[in-house]
Write a protein that binds this ligand. Structure first.
Ligand code: CA
Length: 658
């Protein structure tokens, strides 16, 4: 053992008399980039980080589920809390684990958190031929062009939801390959899969957790179990359940890259949902087995912080956890060509770490987007002012947060099942207005009337994600039916159209939950994270059944994309361009100065009527043409209105001057 590590262990022993958290600050940070395995045919070099370990064993296996190793080696302590070993034989096709002894106790073997390939169920790291993981044309793959994040239309999708129903016509139901398959169609002959996404006009897919997660047994995929995947196991490896062969470590990597390549070739960017804030299990997690305690916030009395509501919370403020997160997102960008990240429960992470992630991605490509949930699921063990919460968003640099403000204003509070919002005539006009200006500062908004915020939090419209549904909680149809089970299908469609019209005409970044464009539901199940496919799958026959609804959403997206006035990039411009009009209750109306945004429309009038009766409002001067009226979109305009307009019940209007 080298003196350097010996003296460090003495330090740890001394420090451990006090707070373990204080001693974690003494753990050295490893600044190299060779953690895990560095393979060459002649030799494999292993390095792992575990500063407080007394011994570390490297074990080699022939098979991913083999319990007895074919060889094991005592690793040597090395610089900055790491342990190293070189095996001088060709290990291609083999598997390995690290096992540490600390405070006299041997912990379970684990692949190490720097594993980049694993066997089935992610218990062993795999040594593979990386050249076999690249699909055809990978070297030529490039990020589709995106000028501004406000130009994005994000489509949130789960692999199984999208293609597991036979109505998708997919040859790869529930798999990575299903998301990028071409030429598939519903029983009614309408496009599904990637062709459907191109028809719809979205620009980004946001994939629900697709790193290796723990809740699905990859040896029993025939059971067709479902999970959202918010239970991380190996952060730097794709999920085996989405591959055609989880036993082959190359399969999941090649197939995820193939999916990304196909989406890129179709002009669609890929945002990955990342869940660094907690792990599936506590003491048995790969983070814990790497260096017990270090990667989590644990109180001095041994109780675990639980800001995730899942039993633990990670400690991004510690040097090696911060470094791990930064290196991990860089890895997904460099190896998999990921174009953006959605941080789950971002409020658990500290602001400094999130800004470090931003800075690292800026060095690669500033157009790589970052957004996240600006909240935690419970109290965290770091000071609130250091958390990447929505209210602290002004301190986050070019990182967007979800607007639960616009979501709940439209459909009603997520936690109160039968309480409605603007869509059902329950007011919330001021919060809808706050949504319209993309949560930026605006002189006509009374911030005292907001429910989830007390001030503007978006430095620019590109710092807020507008939505009415995502995978969490009920989707909009189910929420409306929870409010009133007697709503007719026609009423539901009117309300859902109104909701999406607000989302797609508001300043900010619009986001739609996969299948909402064909009026999906989840059979009333709100927290469907492990519900069966029958609840979560998208029934693509809906596309024919709700053809008018689908056409509306598709045309709404096209309308937004055609008009930069809805996609302004600067908060000051929004404050100047948006002017709210005094109108009656359950109504929001405003003009939008198109000239300021270089739009072909010089002035735009937008109104949302949440009343169950028609209302008539005064129009600003001049003659107006309708681009959206009573549940239909007219891209080239229709009719001529002046002085007044009658806005049909539960609907939106968009009028313009050339
Ligand atoms: Ca897995």
């Amino acid at each position: 053992m080298k003196l350097k590590n010996l003296s460090f262990l003495v330090l740890i022993a001394l420090a451990s008399c006090g707070s373990p958290t204080a001693s974690y600050n003494e753990y050295p940070e490893y600044t190299g980039s060779d953690l895990g395995v560095t393979y060459a045919p002649a030799q494999s070099f292993f390095r792992t980080w575990s500063p407080a370990a007394e011994e570390v064993q490297l074990a080699i296996y022939d098979a991913p589920l083999q319990t007895e190793p074919v060889a094991s080696y005592s690793m040597q302590p090395d610089v900055q809390g790491t342990w190293v070993y070189t095996v001088t034989e060709d290990l291609i096709g083999k598997y390995y684990t690290f096992q540490i002894k600390q405070d006299g106790k041997w912990y379970d073997p684990a692949p190490g958190i720097w594993a980049k390939a694993v066997g089935v169920n992610g218990e062993r790291a795999a040594i593979i031929d990386w050249s076999a993981t690249n699909p055809e044309g990978w070297d030529a793959d490039s990020r589709p062009v995106m000028n501004a994040f406000t130009d994005a239309v994000i489509y949130e999708v789960h692999m199984r939801d999208f293609t597991v129903s036979p109505t998708s016509g997919s040859h790869y139901p529930g798999k990575f390959l299903g998301l990028s398959e071409r030429g598939t169609h519903s029983p009614e002959g309408l496009s599904t899969g990637l062709d459907h996404l191109l028809d719809l006009g979205i620009t980004h897919v946001q994939i629900l957790p697709s790193y290796d997660y723990g809740s699905i047994d990859e040896t029993r995929l025939a059971d067709n179990k479902y999970n959202w995947g918010y239970d991380p196991k190996n952060y730097n490896v794709p999920e085996g359940g989405y591959s055609t062969d989880p036993y082959n470590p190359v399969s999941r990597i090649l197939e995820m890259k193939t999916m990304i390549r196909q989406l890129h070739q179709a002009g669609i960017r890929v945002i990955m949902d990342v869940v660094y804030n907690h792990t599936f299990v506590n003491e048995g997690s790969h983070l814990y087995l790497q260096s017990p305690g270090y990667f989590y916030r644990i109180k001095d009395d041994g109780t675990w912080g639980n800001g995730s509501g899942c039993g633990n919370e990670t400690a991004s403020e510690r040097a090696m956890m911060r470094r791990y997160m930064v290196e991990s997102v860089k890895y997904w960008v460099n190896e998999y060509h990921i174009d953006g990240f959605r941080f789950d429960l971002m409020g658990i992470h500290d602001i400094e770490t999130m800004n470090a992630v931003r800075a690292a991605l800026d060095e690669i490509d500033p157009s790589i987007s970052i957004h996240g949930e600006g909240w935690a699921a419970g109290p965290c063990l770091i000071p609130e002012e250091t958390q990447a919460l929505k209210k602290n968003a002004p301190e986050l640099r070019n990182i967007a947060v979800f607007s639960d403000d616009i979501r709940d204003a439209l459909r009603g509070n997520w936690a109160e099942g039968n309480l409605g919002g603007f869509l059902t005539g329950n007011g919330c006009e001021e919060i809808v207005k706050f949504g319209v200006v993309g949560a930026t500062a605006h002189p006509q908004i009374d911030f005292a009337q907001l429910a989830h915020s007390s001030a503007a939090y978006a430095a620019s419209p590109s710092c807020v994600i507008n939505y009415v549904s995502c995978h969490d909680d009920p989707c909009v149809v189910d929420k409306l039916l929870a409010i009133n089970p007697d709503f007719t299908n026609e009423e539901l469609q009117r309300m859902a159209k109104l909701a999406q019209t607000v989302v797609f005409t508001a300043q900010g970044v619009p986001f739609i939950y996969a299948g909402e464009e064909v009026l999906r539901d989840k059979k009333g199940v709100h927290n469907s994270f492990q519900s069966p496919d029958s609840v979560n799958e998208i029934n693509w026959s809906n596309k024919a059944i709700y053809a008018d609804y689908y056409a509306y959403i598709r045309n709404l997206i096209a309308l937004r994309k055609a008009h930069p006035a809805f996609r302004m990039g600067n908060a000051g411009d929004v404050a100047k361009a948006v002017s709210f009009l005094p109108v009656q209750a359950n109504l929001v109306a405003y003009t939008l100065n198109g000239t300021l945004a270089n739009d072909t429309w010089s002035n735009i009038f937008v109104a949302y009527n949440g009343n169950t009766h028609d209302v008539t409002v005064d129009l600003p001067e001049g003659g107006w043409t309708a681009a959206c009226y009573d549940g239909s979109i007219y891209p080239d305009g229709k009719g001529c209105y002046s002085k007044q307009i009658t806005i049909p019940q539960v609907s939106a209007v968009v009028l313009f001057h050339k």
